[in-house]
Write a protein of this length. Sequence first.
Length: 406
Amino acid sequence: MSAREKGSKAGRGAVESGEKATSLRYKMMDLAKSRKDVISLGRGDPDLHTQREIIDGTMKYFSTLSNRDASSDNSILGPVRGLPDLKRKIADRYMEEKGISVDPEKELIITNGGQEGLFLALLALVDPGDKVACPDPRYTSYDQAIGACGGTIVSIPTQQEGRFFELKEADLREYASDAKLLVFVNPSNPTGSCATVESVRKLAEVAKEMGIIVLSDEIYEDIIFDDHKSLCFWGVDGARDRSIVLSGFSKSYAMTGFRVGFLVGPPDFIDAVSSIKETTSGPCPTFSQYAALAALEMENDSRPQFLSRYKDRRQILMDGFNRMRVPYAEHYGGLFLWADMTRFGIGAEEFCYRLLRDAGVLMFPGNSFGDSWRNWVRVSLLAPKKSIEEAMARMTEFVEGLEEDG
Ligand SMILES: Cc1ncc(COP(=O)(O)O)c(C=O)c1O
């Protein structure tokens, strides 16, 4: 069997496991739709309102369109790598907030959400048969994207002891010796872990030593709690020529529907992504890019206010789980809590199904983030405070029922 055949076979397996996991989440969402009073703590799309200034910025762009002179050569279709003003603003942000220089013309490309960024990056980097290391548990779109490129996944365990999840450099060394690439999410979906500055540095050092390219998914970069500090992968000295950062506007600014993400990477990588994007999706819609520009130009940055709202919601979930004696992973960032339902003895799929059917609360079973997580559930912070309180009250009653039965 040729490397290509081997790769595509391996790829099909990865696609299938990713599809299985995604379809499990969609089945739960369909069931949730069949009930009126469901509180959804499932999907990861922020429920907070996109700020007024962002909508206004988009409308301003639309009004320039309707006032456009017919003879104008001002094309509505922007450059494939994104609007220069938006790229410049993102690069300015990287300098102001992270102290990292990014050349907006050579080292940055705007994508249709982080999701497209993920697929484009992997298409540019992964050849059939390549091994790609990923944390376990993980966001299973990675499996689908890696599989679509014919790559094979190498899972790296991240559960350290009990409730502590972190990708450790020693495990990267042990599990990923023949991997070409590491796809790593920080802060994590689904565990809520967030690598410290020191551990990002160590991962970068070991990846460099092993000759592994790193794709650092930092889509939750603005949602880090309790003064915990992390580091952008591009901020590690000597790492930028072998690493790529993926991020976007969906989570930071509650702009999922606008579909604006971006990749920061070495110029030859950005060139490769750009030529794939040119022949597939083309540029990100211009109005969405104006919306993203408005987000970066907002007078009252909505991120601190969003973070404080997520913090309140997270506390309600943590208090509820503590009362129910449900252990959850130590939580530092991102939009999910990762909780262990082992003691109920029915497995997460059954637990989530019955919780939805009997109590009208939607959570995702852990096995939709990796096969071995059959007793864990992922719970999002993405419902108003009152609804989360109600969800915890319903879950408490449900759990008491299980305890009585058991
Ligand atoms: C880990 C991770 N990466 C990337 C994405 C893609 O986000 P979007 O396409 O909305 O920018 C998501 C979305 O949920 C995610 O959880």
